[in-house]
Write a protein that binds this ligand. Structure first.
Ligand code: GZL
Length: 328
């Protein structure tokens, strides 16, 4: 079977060839040739995101149950994701997969998908509880647990401090990973007999440029003398912050300890180089699991509301051994 994967096409251009993409009957949809899936991806802002897109595309291409994966890179813009979903509805795809860039603003478009009889699966990030009936299931990480892992390490690492000065580099404002990684982290810190000061916290939008710029502001505003820890919600922002810390004449990983979340090759290499201290893994490689969910949902099978992906966390003694295993 000819496999067609429309990769990396911005919204708008994608759907002109709708007729060429239908998986089968003139009603659109999968028919006997397999399922037609519309995937509205966040963007390409990080190594994690690229690995996630590659995993989903590769799994769709390799799966004979999937006739087409129509992929839209929304460039971290919700309006582009909403436009893509509306186009998927027009095309009558069999299943819509959405990685929602933020948690809110989905009610209208997901209601339209529901009224069109097209099931929605969330991949990676979640949406606000009020809209949870508008999607069938979410596959991804438990972001609160990722934050708890970072918090637990922090409480242990700085147990002897009278008080611990913390800077936080938040992910995209309003996104589930940013909200939940913060919630989990401070749930642990506030639940322990642990004295800390959150000196500053700003969003770097999950990008290296954003992380560097915000860290430069942190340094110029506060200096690093009273800062013990930087908690960065993803690798890119942490690596950007490391550049700013070095350019200011400080030693990352020593003058200021650093936690990152994702676990990219570049993140682990920085750890091997002694520039950061703890890595919480966030696993982007779930394409095969997602395709199984797509088929089950298209068949109307009962599925769990949440399918967690397996992930770990690593300290300085583990970085070198784990680096060769990293997939992105
Ligand atoms: C987490 C994912 C986040 C990554 C970032 O599942 O949504 O978005 O942690 C990415 O690297 O930008």
């Amino acid at each position: 079977m000819l496999k067609k994967t429309l990769a990396g096409i911005a919204t708008g251009a994608l759907l002109l060839g709708a007729a060429a993409c239908g998986g089968g009957d003139d009603e659109g949809g999968g028919g006997s040739d397999g399922l037609v899936v519309g995937f509205a991806q966040v963007g390409a802002e990080s190594a994690w995101r690229t690995a996630n897109s590659d995993s989903v595309r590769d799994s769709a291409d390799a799966d004979d149950r999937i006739a087409d994966l129509q992929f839209v890179d929304a460039q971290q813009q919700q309006e582009k994701q909403i436009e893509a979903i509306r186009n998927f509805i027009t095309q009558k795809v069999d299943v819509i997969v959405l990685a929602p860039v933020v948690e809110t603003g989905w009610t209208d478009v997901l209601t339209d998908a529901e009224q069109a009889g097209i099931p929605v699966i969330l991949a990676d990030r979640g949406i606000e509880e009020a809209d949870e009936d508008l999607y069938v299931t979410r596959i991804g990480s438990d972001f609160v647990e990722e934050g708890r892992k970072a918090g637990t390490w922090t409480v242990e690492e700085f147990a002897e401090n009278e008080t611990t000065g913390i800077l936080q580099l938040e992910g995209t404002v309003g996104s589930a990973p940013a909200n939940d990684r913060e919630a989990g982290f401070f749930e642990i810190l506030d639940g322990e007999d642990f004295s800390y000061e959150l000196v500053d916290s700003q969003s770097g939008d999950f990008t290296a440029e954003g992380g560097k710029a915000v860290m430069e502001t942190f340094i110029s505003t506060h200096g690093l003398e009273d800062i013990d820890l930087l908690y960065a919600h993803n690798d890119e922002m942490g690596l950007g912050a490391i550049q700013a810390i070095e350019e200011a004449g400080y030693e990352p990983g020593t003058d200021i300890q650093i936690i990152i979340v994702d676990g990219s090759k570049a993140g682990f290499q920085a750890g091997v180089d002694g520039k950061l201290n703890y890595i919480v893994e966030c696993n982007p490689v779930f394409g095969d699991q997602l395709m199984d969910l797509v088929v089950q949902v298209a068949d109307g099978a009962d599925v769990e509301k949440f399918t967690p992906v397996v992930e770990d966390a690593f300290g300085v003694d583990e970085f070198e051994a784990e680096l060769p295993n990293r997939q992105f």
